[in-house]
Design a protein around this ligand. Structure first.
Ligand code: HAX
Length: 433
């Protein structure tokens, strides 16, 4: 049975659970929340449902119930490679079933059949100013393809709530299949003298991406690892939430993903990975190109905090320990590039930053998140144009958010519309005269 048939069976089996919860248990209380939560970005308020991933504050992320290590071990891999097929991971995110190698290869073939990027996408990218941020180019490329949306055509032909997931799935898969070429094209156009490399459809998602970037193996495995690690982080983070929010208005996957990527491009979210590298370059620059000592780093960390800026790559809204996505990439570095200078600096920051943040006393989580380690590996393989790092994050994040909105449509989740209150109402509740 193919991925879409398996997904249909899962959706049919799942729907009665959601219906029962809403109809029979809709009035059951989940708890109360506070004024701080209301003003402070809704922290901890349980108002989103997803079965794709869950973020435990102490353990970190699990995808469909599996830890990062379990995902990397259990999912099928291309021969001779250390990391799983990204296409097999898509199967897993959608269904919760670990695919066989044969099932993963079916998805590889399906992606290839959908991979051709329309010429007008390249024309639009070429018409944009060359100094545009790569995330703006990336988001625009996806938005401009909205005319291809099968969901949009389905909606215009007469919407049916029960079958709407089908065209959402089609759009999601169509988009994902095209992302490696779009991302690599932006990179080669912007940073490599406008020398795009044609796709090689004999390769899988990770392999073809590395090929089009012009970076040799094992960068294909780095790409597979990177896309899987960045895919999903439950539903409340800005990119996932924005994608879900926009899709909840029955916007199609192109409109929704493009919006989510715009959120990812914020420095407090996905852009933090480029900020880490630019911060380290700043340290180098100020020291006249010298490798910083621990004392230098401590001084720069304090200078950063005292200037009112945040330490990029540290802290998290939910996590309260070192991000396992950080640890996973650190393990890669320890295995393949232990003597790399940049890795040593990032390790040194890990030694001192948590203590400084604790002494500073503001951040609830003084530990590193995914972004503090990810640029180091890219830099090692020659991708030193750190403005591009969030695009890599975006390619990975697309898998998680598109799996989520496919299921949103299957379960008919409602249009999002939280209630707002006025400041005077809060003051009244607080007893302020
Ligand atoms: N450096 C300095 N101060 C920090 C900090 C950091 N790394 N992390 C948090 N703080 C500060 C906050 O700015 C806040 O200060 P104010 O009270 O003055 O506003 C205070 O500590 C409390 O914040 P918090 O509750 O611990 O954290 P939030 O949930 O508000 O914010 C952030 C979470 C990730 C946005 C925050 O930790 C941060 O800005 N980190 C640096 C940027 C970063 O690495 N972002 C990537 C996060 C992971 C991610 O989404 N990747 O895509």
């Amino acid at each position: 049975m193919g991925l879409k048939e398996v997904l249909k069976q899962k959706i049919d089996a799942h729907r009665p659970r959601t219906t029962k919860l809403l109809k029979e248990f809709g009035n059951v209380k989940l708890g109360e929340y506070t004024i701080e939560q209301c003003i402070g970005g809704g922290r901890g308020i349980k108002s989103l449902v997803t079965d794709i991933s869950y973020l435990d504050p102490m353990e970190g992320i699990r995808f469909r119930g599996l830890t990062i290590d379990e995902v990397m071990t259990k999912l099928p891999k291309p021969d001779g490679k250390d990391y799983p097929y990204v296409e097999g991971f898509w199967y897993f995110l959608l269904t919760g079933d670990v695919p066989t190698k044969e099932q993963a290869l079916e998805v590889v073939a399906d992606f290839k059949s959908r991979a051709q990027v329309p010429q007008y996408v390249f024309d639009v990218l070429r018409a944009m100013p060359r100094d545009e941020h790569p995330m703006t180019l990336f988001s625009t490329a996806i938005l401009v393809m909205q005319r291809e949306s099968k969901f949009c055509k389905f909606y215009n032909a007469g919407f049916n709530k029960m079958t709407a997931w089908d065209s959402m799935y089609e759009d999601a898969t169509d988009i994902l299949a095209k992302l490696p070429e779009i991302a690599a094209y932006i990179y080669r156009m912007k940073y490599k003298g406008d020398t795009p490399i044609a796709p090689d459809y004999s390769l899988d998602f990770g392999g073809n991406f590395a090929h089009m970037m012009g970076i040799k193996p094992p960068y294909d495995d780095v790409a597979r690892m990177y896309f899987i690690l960045h895919s999903d982080h439950e539903s409340g983070n800005v990119s996932a939430h924005t994608t879900h929010l926009v899709a909840s208005a029955l916007s199609d996957a192109y409109l929704s993903l493009s919006a989510g990527l715009n959120g990812l491009a914020g420095p407090l979210h996905g852009l933090a990975n480029q900020e880490v590298l630019s911060w380290i370059q700043e340290v180098y620059r100020k020291l006249g190109g010298k490798v910083p000592t621990k004392e230098d780093l401590v001084k720069f960390l304090w200078d950063t905090l005292n200037s009112g800026a945040v330490i990029p790559g540290y802290g998290h809204a939910v996590l309260r320990k070192t991000d396992p996505r950080y640890t996973s990439q650190r393990e890669y570095c320890l295995k393949y590039m232990p003597d790399d200078e940049l890795f040593k600096i990032v390790s040194m920051i890990y030694e001192v930053a948590p203590g400084i943040l604790q002494e500073h006393g503001k951040a609830k989580n003084p530990w590193p998140n995914v972004d503090s380690q990810s640029g180091v590996i890219q830099w090692y393989y020659g991708l030193t144009e750190y403005d591009f790092y969030t695009v890599l994050f975006g390619v990975g994040r697309a898998f998680g958010v598109l799996a989520n909105i496919t299921w949103d449509r299957a379960l008919g989740y409602a249009i999002e519309r939280p209630k707002s209150v006025t400041t005077a109402m809060l003051e009244e509740v607080a007893g302020i005269k």
